[in-house]
Design a protein. Structure first.
Length: 140
């Protein structure tokens, strides 16, 4: 029986996978708050679903070929671009809500219930990006 040997890049890809899945769940929770759904929900969810698939491909290629193989680098780059696009889409679609909640509409509790999961999704996406970028620079 062959043992699968994980390297540093694959461990960080696994961590990024967990954070991208958490971000997807938080996006769904944030969209479920009545009256505060994403305007382009399909775009955000499509990016959030494709991102973990690209991260999983990065981890699998890292295990098979190593962290600095051409295929691993391309898959990691695509995963970083997709996660960053998800992050940008969340920020773009929640920017008006962020401005409202922090200026004139501070007492809107339903707005806060929609905004807080979005902000946590932004944080988890950033952590996933940092994990993938860090994994790209580590030696096997």
């Amino acid at each position: 029986m062959n043992k699968i040997k994980l390297n540093k890049c694959s461990y960080l890809s696994l961590a990024a996978l967990v954070f991208t899945i958490a971000s997807l769940i938080l996006i769904l929770v944030s969209n479920g708050v009545a009256g505060h759904g994403f305007a382009k929900f399909g775009e955000v969810v499509a990016l959030a679903i494709i991102s973990p698939i690209a991260v999983l491909a990065t981890g699998a290629l890292s295990v098979k070929f190593g962290g600095h193989h051409f295929a691993t680098v391309i898959a990691g780059g695509v995963a970083i671009i997709l996660i960053t696009a998800t992050l940008g889409s969340i920020i773009f679609q929640r920017s008006a809500m962020i401005a409202a909640q922090f200026t004139y509409d501070k007492v809107n509790q339903i707005g806060w219930k929609a905004l807080i999961p979005s902000l946590i999704a932004i944080g988890t996406s950033l952590i996933a990006d940092v994990a993938l970028i860090t994994g790209a620079f580590l030696k096997d």
